[in-house]
Ligand binder design. Structure first.
Ligand code: MOS
Length: 736
């Protein structure tokens, strides 16, 4: 573990991005390219009896129309579910049969000379259906509910967490909270739409240009779908225009675009419009949580029972880990989690930023606030009184935990000591009710294996090829900052060659493990490079740059390669890595457990007449280990706070139980915060390196950033009004 600290490096791709020079998949606009669109099912479930494509085929400019009846699709296979040894976000590929699993599912693919022609033709596709009854909500009376512990999902990963005897401890506890909380379905809505450009080379090579967090998984999954060997597929994803879990595995449109390109023998571009994206990719499932908390009179929490029900599809079990977070946030000796999955007629839900932790923290940290009021104890003091250095579930030591320092520092920066505990006791000059709320968050410290190839050249170039994807989080900047510091070269000289399956294995970048996976691998490659340079340079003048050493030695370039895996991972993990399978370790490692932590302090103002909630001020202090790229790290946290505000006060994917699908499938009706909704967001970091997780001391950040924002806002609303709101999103009508 190194004690290097890192300077505030500007985002290295910022200039290209603001100039529009960064090329995303859909920016490809070659003259010979054809455009594809999808026609979609308009029933909630059932089968399509006949797809009428006559008008679509007669539309001028149309070159191809495919439905499930076509021989061209006959050989296509499913790629398997990403959480079941496969590669796709769900184990269901539309258009292989007449089956309709959910509203919005594609039923026809149109390819035309122009996007306009393809769009017009898609609108002319007609269909007759035999509908089946649907269940789309958690409360559907005949819902099929699967206990995760009894399901085929792999154990112990998806077993219920337990420690001690939670039911007995809860029954004996002098103070108890027993409350239910809910979270709605939500959609990621990254700025970059789902988009694939597919083209076949004369050599039979399939080239896919698509924004994805998982280029290797897309390559392997497509090869499986199309019956090709993986070496016949190349996937390129140098930049992703936001993703947040939506693009973490093979999508439904990719193979369709590849088949279409094979049929027409020209490149095909398929951009999934925003409204279709609500049904063509994963989303945050609806969930409900019963939270029971028992405590002593001195504020020591002694029992936690967290029962969660979460929406899944009919064709997959999307596994959840809600209680894995709540069981581990505090030193509670008796815990019992229980996760159940409710089958509904939707596409398979998936990972959306802080997938379980956001809503689990809403439930737990709201309940902790309720407990603070039961005890008449300051909410910060209650949290620090339940601190721990040991993981309550595995009883292994936490590799690092500075949550109490996050709370102390945040309280000081926020001015928390000036808070009056009583609800409704603070007012702004304009008469608004003022509320101050606090909540903690945590997120697992996971690690993926990586192979890093580093090349330095005699002209001063530094090229790093390592498995990670740039989704806007700033990993290119983090790689450049870390290598520049270690090799003592200018930041601008470091070029990251990432997101291309022609390089090293491009493992899924998700779960906030990107930096903690790629940067330590790159830094270890830099150490190997420095050793190799020393061997080349027996004189050993320490101020000589790599380029100078190479020139003196008459070498044009020098390459090193290192293989890095997490503590406890077997060497066989590299086999999984090269097959594009998820190969992640953590948060439990053989000798320790790793989490990142955060504390959020929120001020809300509530207008007395309209009851409109505003969030003028947030202070967030994060413990993510060493901060390698301070500027992009601050942006990550500010973005997470903005998202937390949206997730608490705005975002819901509306469902009508009669029709299925999602109703408000565009950014006019799926409401997210705008600039005027956001006030001051102050971000600070503990910046203490984790001593065990990796040599750089970096943990995870992108996801923990938004964990705890929702309960901090809800707790602030309680403080302002005395109203305890346990269902998200919180809206004006709940405060009238
Ligand atoms: Mo993330 S929600 O694991 O991309």
């Amino acid at each position: 573990m190194s004690d290097t600290t890192y300077p505030d490096t500007p985002r290295i791709d910022a200039r290209d991005k603001v100039r529009g020079a960064t090329r995303y998949a859909a920016d490809d606009a070659r003259a010979d390219m054809l455009h594809a669109t999808l026609a979609i099912a308009t029933i909630g479930r059932g089968r399509v009896d006949h797809v009428d494509t006559r008008a679509a085929r007669a539309t001028p400019g149309v070159r191809l129309v495919l439905t499930h009846d076509d021989a061209d699709l006959a050989g296509l296979k499913t790629a398997g579910f990403v959480m079941g040894g496969g590669y796709a976000f769900q184990n269901f590929q539309p258009m292989l049969s007449p089956e309709i699993a959910y509203r919005g599912q594609p039923i026809a693919l149109i390819v035309a000379e122009t996007l306009e022609a393809a769009t017009e033709a898609a609108a002319l596709v007609g269909a007759t259906y035999t509908p089946a009854p649907i269940q789309v909500s958690l409360d559907a009376p005949a819902a099929d509910i699967v206990a995760q512990a009894d399901s085929p999902l792999p154990k112990p990963m998806f077993a219920d967490v337990t420690a001690g005897d939670a039911d007995a401890a809860f029954a004996d506890a002098p103070l108890t909270i027993d409350a239910a909380y809910t979270g709605p379905p939500q959609h990621q809505n990254p700025m970059e739409l789902l988009a694939t450009v597919a083209e076949w080379g004369d050599d039979g090579m399939l080239l896919i240009h698509e924004g994805t967090q998982n280029a290797e998984g897309v390559r392997q999954g497509l090869a499986r779908q199309l019956g090709l060997t993986p070496d016949k597929v190349r996937v390129i994803s140098p930049y992703v225009g936001g993703s947040f879990g939506q693009k973490n595995s093979l999508q439904m449109q990719t193979a369709l675009a590849a088949v279409a390109a094979r049929c027409v023998k020209r490149p095909v571009k398929l951009v999934v419009p925003r409204a279709q994206g609500f049904h063509d990719a994963s989303f945050r499932p609806a969930s409900r949580h019963r939270m029971r908390l028992g405590a002593e009179h001195n504020g020591r929490m002694v029992a936690l029972i967290h029962e969660a029900d979460s929406q899944t599809s009919r064709h997959d079990l999307f596994p959840t880990q809600y209680a894995s977070l709540t069981a581990r946030l505090y030193d509670i000796k008796n815990v019992r989690g229980r996760e159940r999955l409710v089958r509904t007629d939707v596409q398979t839900p998936g990972y959306m930023r802080a997938p379980f932790e956001h809503i689990a923290a809403f439930a737990l940290e709201s309940a902790v606030d309720e407990l603070a009021y039961e005890l008449d104890m300051d909410p910060v003091a209650l949290r620090t009184a339940n601190d721990t250095t040991t993981d309550p579930i595995s009883t292994r030591p936490l590799s690092s935990r500075h949550l109490a320092e996050c709370l102390r520092r945040g309280a000081e920066r926020f001015g928390w000591p000036r808070r009056h505990m009583a609800p409704g006791s603070m007012r702004a000059d304009d008469g608004s009710l003022v509320g101050w709320g606090v909540a903690s968050g945590a997120y697992p410290g996971s690690t993926a294996p990586a192979i890093a190839r580093l090349r330095v050249t005699d002209t001063g170039g530094v090229f790093i090829d390592v498995g990670v994807h740039e989704m806007g989080q700033g990993v290119r900047t983090a790689l450049a900052a870390a290598l520049a510091a270690r090799l003592r070269v200018p930041v601008e000289s470091v070029i990251a060659e990432i997101g291309d399956t022609r390089g090293t294995p491009q493992h899924l970048t998700a779960g906030a493990w990107g930096t903690a996976t790629a940067v330590p691998a790159a830094v270890e490659a830099a150490e190997a490079m420095l050793d190799a340079l020393r061997r080349l340079d027996p004189v050993g003048a320490p101020e000589r740059s790599p380029a100078q050493i190479l020139r003196a030695a008459g070498r044009a370039s020098l390459d090193v390669e290192i293989w890095r895996k997490a503590q406890g991972q077997p060497d066989a993990i590299f086999g999984q890595l090269t097959q594009g399978l998820v190969a992640v370790a953590g948060p439990e490692y053989p000798e320790f457990v790793t989490f990142s932590y955060i504390a959020h302090f929120v001020e809300v103002h509530i207008e007395p007449g309209t009851r409109r909630v505003r969030v003028p001020r947030v202070v967030s202090v994060a413990d993510c280990g060493r901060v390698v790229s301070p500027r992009t790290a601050r942006s990550q946290v500010a973005g997470g706070v903005v998202w937390g505000i949206g997730a608490t006060l705005r975002e819901i994917s509306e469902v009508d139980a009669r029709f299925g699908g999602f109703l408000n499938a565009d950014l006019a009706d799926y409401v997210v915060p705008v600039n005027a909704d956001i006030g001051s967001i102050e971000v600070d970091f503990i910046d203490e390196p984790d001593p065990l997780l990796n040599s750089v001391g970096v943990k995870t950040l992108g996801e923990v950033a938004m964990v705890g924002v929702a309960p901090a806002i809800a707790n602030a609303i309680y403080h302002a009004t005395g109203r305890r709101l346990r269902d998200l999103p919180i809206r004006i009508e709940h405060l009238l």
